[in-house]
Write a protein that binds this ligand. Structure first.
Ligand SMILES: [Zn+2]
Length: 225
C-alpha cells in the first residue's frame, strides 16, 4: 500500500496518495468520500460578480461537512487585485476557521509579513499551512517561528528554485508535500524531497505521516510499507 500524503491538490487521483486533501471550488458540492478543502481564494475577490455574503454562506455550509478537513485556499496575493479587500475577506475566514475548528491552507504571494502579523493579531488555535512554499531558509525559519507549517510541491524538481536549496535546512516537523495544480504524481515530489534531504523515502513518509496525524485525527493509521 502506498503511504504518500498529498496535502493540497486540485484533482483527484493525483498519483498514488493514500491520503489527499482535494481543493474544491465553492460551487462544487462535497463528495461523500475523500477529504476536501473549501475556501475563498484571493483571486475570487477580483471577479466582477463576487458576492461576499453569498460566498460566506456557501462556505459555511461546505465546512460543516465532516470530510471537509481544512479551510483553503485562503490568503493574500500582492500580484492580484484589491489587497485591502483581500485582507478583509481573509480575516473573516480566519475567524470562521477558528469557530469551526478547521486548519487553514494558505495562498501567500509576497505576503508573508502580513500573514505573520495576522497570526499574531488573531492568535488562532488552528494550524495554518502555507502551501506552494518556495522561499529561502530564512523565510522558512521566520514562518515556522510563528507556528506556520509549510507545504512544498513541484518546485523541488527545479534546481533554480529557492526551496530546492533551502529544504534540507528546514525543520521537518513543519513540512508537508503537495502536487497542487502540477500534473505530476505525489510520489515524484516525495522522491525529490527524499533526495534533497538525503533521507530514506520510507523515513520521509513516516515523518510526513506523523506531521499529518498531529494536525488531523482522521482515524487513519499508517499502513505498513
Ligand atoms: Zn492550489
Amino acid at each position: 500500500m502506498t503511504r504518500f500524503i498529498n496535502i493540497h491538490t486540485h484533482s483527484t487521483g493525483s498519483g498514488s496518495a493514500f491520503i489527499e486533501i482535494i481543493n474544491m471550488g465553492l460551487e462544487q458540492p462535497c463528495p461523500e468520500h475523500g477529504l476536501y478543502s473549501y475556501g475563498i481564494h484571493p483571486w475570487e475577490i477580483e471577479k466582477i460578480d463576487f458576492q461576499e455574503e453569498m460566498m460566506f454562506s456557501i462556505l459555511k455550509e461546505r465546512l460543516a461537512m465532516p470530510n471537509v478537513v481544512a479551510l483553503g485556499e485562503a490568503g493574500l496575493d500582492k500580484f492580484h487585485g484589491d489587497f485591502e479587500r483581500q485582507m478583509k475577506v481573509f480575516e473573516r475566514q480566519i475567524v470562521l476557521a477558528e469557530n469551526l475548528k478547521k486548519p487553514m491552507i494558505l495562498h501567500a504571494a509576497r505576503s508573508n509579513n502580513e500573514i505573520i502579523a495576522l497570526r499574531k493579531k488573531h492568535r488562532p488555535k488552528q494550524p495554518w499551512i502555507l502551501h506552494g512554499f518556495n522561499g529561502t531558509e530564512q523565510d522558512a525559519r521566520q514562518l515556522i517561528s510563528h507556528g506556520i507549517y509549510l507545504s512544498v510541491g513541484e518546485s523541488l524538481l527545479h534546481p533554480d528554485r529557492k526551496i530546492y536549496k533551502a529544504l534540507r535546512f528546514i525543520d521537518l516537523d513543519y513540512i508537508f508535500l503537495e502536487t497542487d495544480v502540477a500534473e505530476i504524481g505525489i510520489e515524484t515530489v516525495y522522491e525529490a524531497a527524499a533526495k534533497l534531504l538525503e533521507m530514506d523515502l520510507t523515513a520521509l513518509q513516516t515523518k510526513i505521516f506523523s506531521n499529518f496525524a498531529a494536525l488531523w485525527n482522521t482515524g487513519k493509521t499508517e499502513p505498513a510499507s
